[in-house]
Ligand binder design. Sequence first.
Ligand code: ADP
Ligand code: XPO
Length: 555
Amino acid sequence: MAHMTDQEIATQADIRPIEEIAEKAGIPYDALEMYGKYKAKVDIHKIQGDEQHSKVVLVSAMNPTPAGEGKSTCTVGLADAFNKLEKKVMVALREPSLGPVMGIKGGATGGGRAQVLPMEEINLHFNGDLHAITTANNALSAFIDNHIHHGNALDIDPRRVTWKRVMDMNDRALRQVVVGLGGVTRGVPREDGFDITVASEIMAVLCLASDLIDLKKKLAEIVIGYTYDREPVTVGQLEVEGALALLLKEAVKPNLVQTMEGTPALIHGGPFANIAHGCNSLIATNTARKLADIVVTECGFGSDLGGEKFMNIKARKGNFAPDALVLVATIRALKMNGGVAKKDLGEANLEALKLGIVNLDKHIENARKFGVEPVVALNDFVTDTDEERDFVLDWCKEQGVRVSLTKVWEHGGAGGTDLAEKVLEVLEMPQNFHHLYEDALPIDQKIETIVTEVYGGDGVIFTDKAKKQLAEIDRHGWGDFPVCMAKTQYSLSDDPALLGRPKGFKVTVREVVAKTGAGFVVALTGDIMTMPGLPKVPSAVNMDVDADGSSTGLF
Ligand SMILES: Nc1ncnc2c1ncn2[C@@H]1O[C@H](COP(=O)(O)OP(=O)(O)O)[C@@H](O)[C@H]1O
Ligand SMILES: O=COP(=O)(O)O
């Protein structure tokens, strides 16, 4: 299998009609809205069940290499392992963005023998949710500029429109643009810019809404900018929340697909975890909780990003708690955190491993800060050496943390049964989950808490701009919102070059932006960008499609 690509493996897999998968999941046929033979959307109002009976296993990771350490792969493989152990299990994943697909990161459907199917369709347009979110976001931009053009009754200051256009592609050329050029018939000139769709507040609102009506309520509460008197202007004041909800009425339904071993999977919502909250939707997770005894779900990048935001944002707003946390680690990521250059990560290097393991140590500590017991999944690469594997396994045992040499990429569910057994031990333990901070803590202190407790930093430097924005947030009464940190995924700090377990650093917060529809405040740190750029040689150059529609190069 080593010579086969993920796409080749997925294409050769035995895929079942989606009705069979729905039946296995306990989803009634009349709740399905078919999207071809192998995909469907689910009408959640036709799903019965008690969410509280389900156990939630969250899959996070250590700080990753640019390729990713196998969270999606281990999420799928662990669920397949539970399936092999005859547990009633479902997977809840985020859906891919075309930015990383065409760029460098790849898709979000797992890998090897631990993938969700149909991989090509999921990684390209899937059921159209990302396009619907892009359209709703940009329709709002059009409504804003149209309002300003036609008399501006709400007195919107064109210099203070905070709502940005989006595109689901990495395009640095669109980070800053000017719209409304060409004279009086073409609108009012103003600066604008594009974010990538997965950083849109529309995405965040869709992921945190409980249903379509709640979505519409959250949409109405989005602040799109400020008046000349610095007062916030909302979507509700533009009276377009109904139109936006209409554009999203299909996208708000979760998508049912399957793993290569026939385990039911709900894929819905796809915010990145470095620039957004990095968790799939509450609708999908709660639907899975109603249907399955165990839900395996993932969050982006490491415990410092997706993990922290799952605990402090998604679990808080969803009023539930994770029952176990799987920390995916790889020998290659440990070596990178021990100072090995990316090009040399394939070479055995025990010394670097000993240095880099401090990064994993911090992520184990982070899990326990939330009162959630971690299980380390050492995601095994065929290039790893026994000496390296043994060092990590022995180290974990010395630290008193459960660890499993996980081979789901190579063997599917059969490669994850040891991991599943260890997770089951944790699921038997009493739940001790707690948030890191209470709602009433001021925003700046929430940020300080995250930086010192989760990142291991010494404190926060707020720019003058951020300080002014904090004061405005307090003035408008948004201080109770949780915080969504926008930070590099490579380092615990805001400096991507600081690997391992940096100490004595401060994080610089350059901007603090209230997302009043989603109900959180985004703190932009370091040089993080909300519109990524493409690499010099994007993955796109390896892609092709022939006359019968069969594609190549989708990793
Ligand atoms: N154990 C493994 N051996 C080889 N390749 C792997 C392994 N685990 C993951 N991969 C590959 O690494 C890439 C990233 O995996 P993915 O699960 O998407 O990571 P993440 O979700 O953490 O970003 C995928 O191409 C996948 O096939
Ligand atoms: O938001 C980032 O998610 P991954 O860790 O799955 O790339």
